[in-house]
Design a protein around this ligand. Structure first.
Ligand code: F6R
Length: 249
């Protein structure tokens, strides 16, 4: 695993965007696995900036997102499709039909999971998967205790995730209770993985995930077994890892 420590959120975002841009420049028809959440917002902003300067094109890129809420239409402001449109897709030259997010309104969730796995397979797999990290060590919606062998599946959101997300909805009742998520198996099959982390609140879990044992109790710990992982964090998020003696660039 490679660890980069950036001075602050802006520098973290720039470094992560550089890694994504290198991937796109070296293989213009690459498959990017994308994440939502607050951490990658700055990364997407930087990519949009480079696109606007004519330094980067997504014209041949395909994308597959990690997850989506069950029950939300892509037009819903809290859906992950909407997040991707407003933070990246609407601002660059990626073709709408080349972007993939699970369909939150799918009538048959099981069939939707199978369809999504097939989309990833038919694209030839993911070249670079971007990830954030949950406070409990989750990646995508793979919560502690979930099996490492799963592909795309639906999950019941934990009370803490519902609690954390309710600020985005009018009331807690409106927060979706289930989500589609790529499984750990899909993520581990990506040819390379880039995780972004920022803030002091993530320092403990970053340290546990990458210096502790590989365990389903900390889903992100499985990344220790992947041959090509880069973690880019700001100083605050990387602080405990550095204290533990891990070498960071
Ligand atoms: C998002 C996702 C989640 C987030 C994680 C961190 O698609 O799958 O696992 O990456 O919850 O979220 P933030 O970045 O908001 O701290």
């Amino acid at each position: 695993m490679k660890f980069y420590q950036a001075e602050n959120y802006e520098a973290m975002s720039r470094k992560a965007a550089e890694i994504i841009a290198e991937q796109v420049k070296s293989k213009s028809d690459c498959v990017l696995g994308l994440a939502t959440g607050s951490t990658p917002v700055g990364t997407y902003k930087q990519l949009v900036e480079w696109y606007n300067k004519g330094e980067l094109s997504f014209a041949k890129v395909h994308s597959v997102n990690l997850d989506e809420y069950v029950g939300l239409a892509g037009e819903h402001e809290q859906s992950y499709r909407y997040f991707m449109q407003t933070n990246l897709f609407d601002h660059v030259d990626i073709e709408r039909e080349n972007t993939n997010v699970p369909n939150g309104l799918a009538a048959d969730p099981e069939a939707e999971c199978a369809r999504y796995n097939k989309v990833i397979r038919d694209l030839g797999g993911i070249d670079l998967q971007l990830l954030g990290l949950g406070h409990n060590g989750h990646i995508a919606f793979n919560e502690p205790g979930n099996g490492f062998e799963l592909e795309t599946h639906t999950v019941d959101l934990t009370e803490s995730t519902i609690e954390a997300n309710k600020r985005f909805f009018e009331s807690a009742d409106e927060v979706p209770r289930r989500a589609f998520t790529m499984g750990i198996k899909n993520i581990m099959q990506a040819r390379s993985i880039l995780m972004v982390v920022n803030g002091e609140a993530k320092a403990d879990i970053v340290c546990r995930a990458f210096t502790g044992p590989v365990t389903t109790d900390v889903p992100a710990s499985v990344l220790q077994l992947h041959p090509n992982v880069t973690i880019v964090g700001d100083k605050a998020a990387m602080s405990k890892l550095v204290e533990a003696g891990v070498e960071v660039e």
